[in-house]
Design a protein around this ligand. Structure first.
Ligand code: S3P
Length: 427
């Protein structure tokens, strides 16, 4: 599918965005492992989270899903069944890595696979420590690449220092830690998103975080919960940037999760000079939530690196678009992880934005953008990466000529109603 976006002036209005992808995956997985019923409201019915539901059903979990309302009959920690076929995680790294943690603790054999993109992403960061805990894996590159065969077993708790700040890795180890006797301890180089820790606590596990270290006591009793999933700040980000770069805009995004481990985008937009306000702060399902109001400002280039990176890792493609319209230079560093996302997002940002007139130079662990120039417009490719597709669409809102995005159907991974929401704000 091709998506055409053209500048039509100010964006004004109120919108909501679909449920948080990270929280949706975790609610489904913990609901499956808990005893009793879990009801998830505001679940993201995007391709990634639907892949998680499909895999859980193949593991014997009873799930009734009706759009964004999902009811899960918990199987309990020891109630999953050996799947009779391959578990397909589609495009979803979170599904694959989190399920590897769960499958590591099962007394059965399973096989995980994914689409072409996911089959090229590193799993060794997860299978390595899970092997130390006692699970066995077979796959290409010594267990680094999907498809992966898993023989779970009795696990031993570990104390592990991760080489990268990755919530998927941390979560896989904590989920495996549920099946191990004793305490599993994970320390990261920088703090990654903490939705798993928060939700484990809500389901009744004994979990404690201090600095970048999380401790979990194994073999807890998890009890089904009612979970209200807030809107995804990573989906809101496209409209926050849109409102920041299009003169005269005023966009209110209601009901967005503002967990501090995810709000780097707000800090950076503010630092760039956009006017960002958090209204009506409250909490839902153990997560902080607010409405976010954004208006444009005189944007200027900024430096983005260090501990800020995990707090906005998924927003870097759209922040690159904001940087195109900011005076001066924007530098992103310490973001090597972008190279192993749905596509190599460092190369994709530079090469696809260049096709529509952006000036972007890549570095090993980031990119440099010379902003404040007119953007020509033209045709660019999503590279089957949902966040690239939507970032390119936002660029189209201020380009001289329309922007055409090839392979835009991948937006369904996280935000099926993106184009409709954008059209509504454009009046
Ligand atoms: C996610 C963690 C991040 C993020 C991804 C979702 C999660 O990945 O980029 O979109 O839900 O845990 P990493 O764990 O690879 O950093």
């Amino acid at each position: 599918m091709k998506l055409f976006v053209e500048a039509k002036g100010a964006l004004r209005g109120e919108i909501t965005v679909p449920g948080d992808k990270s929280v949706s995956h975790r609610a489904a997985i913990l609901g499956a492992l808990a005893e009793g019923e879990t009801v998830i409201c505001g679940f993201l019915p995007g391709e990634d989270c639907l892949a998680t539901l499909r895999c859980l059903r193949q593991l014997g979990v009873e799930i009734a899903a009706d759009g964004s309302e999902v009811r899960i009959k918990g199987a309990g920690l020891y109630g999953l069944a050996e799947p009779d076929n391959v578990l397909d995680c589609g495009n979803s790294g979170t599904t694959a890595r989190l399920l590897l943690g769960v499958l590591a603790g099962q007394p059965f054999f399973s096989v995980l696979t994914g689409d072409a993109s996911l089959c090229g992403r590193p799993m060794g960061r997860v299978t390595g420590p899970l092997q130390e805990m006692g699970a066995r894996f077979w796959g290409r590159e010594g267990g680094n690449l999907l498809p992966l065969a898993v023989q779970g077993g009795t696990l031993t708790a570990v104390t592990y220092r991760t080489p990268v700040a990755s919530a998927q890795l941390k979560s896989a180890l904590l989920l495996a830690g549920l099946f191990a006797r004793g305490e599993t301890v994970v320390t990261e180089p920088e703090q990654s998103r903490d939705h798993t820790e928060r939700m484990l606590a809500a389901f009744g596990a004994e979990v404690a975080a201090s600095g970048t270290t999380v401790r979990l006591v194994g073999r807890p009793k998890l009890t089904g919960q009612v979970i209200d999933v807030p809107g995804d700040i990573s989906s809101a980000a496209f409209f926050l940037v849109a409102a920041a770069i299009v003169p005269g805009s005023e966009v209110l995004v209601r009901n967005v999760g503002v967990n501090p481990s995810r709000t780097g985008i707000l800090d950076v937009l503010q630092q760039m000079g956009a006017r960002v306000e958090l209204l009506n702060p409250r909490s839902a399902g153990g997560e902080p939530v607010a409405d976010i109001l954004v208006r444009p400002g005189e944007l200027r280039g900024v430096e983005i690196g260090g501990p800020l990176i995990p707090r906005l890792i998924d927003e870097l493609p759209v922040l690159a678009v904001a940087a195109l319209f900011a005076a001066g230079r924007t530098v992103v560093r310490d973001a090597r992880e972008l190279r192993v996302k749905e596509t190599d997002r460092i190369a994709a940002v530079a090469e696809e934005l260049a096709k529509i007139g952006g000036v972007v130079t890549t570095t090993e662990d980031g990119f440099v953008i010379e902003g404040g120039r007119q953007l020509a417009g033209g045709t660019a490719d999503s590279r089957h990466d949902h966040r690239m597709a939507m970032a390119l669409a936002v660029a189209g809102l201020r380009a001289k000529a329309p922007v055409c995005i090839d392979n835009a159907e991948c937006m369904d991974v996280s935000f099926p109603a993106f184009a409709a929401t954008l059209a509504r704000l454009q009046g």
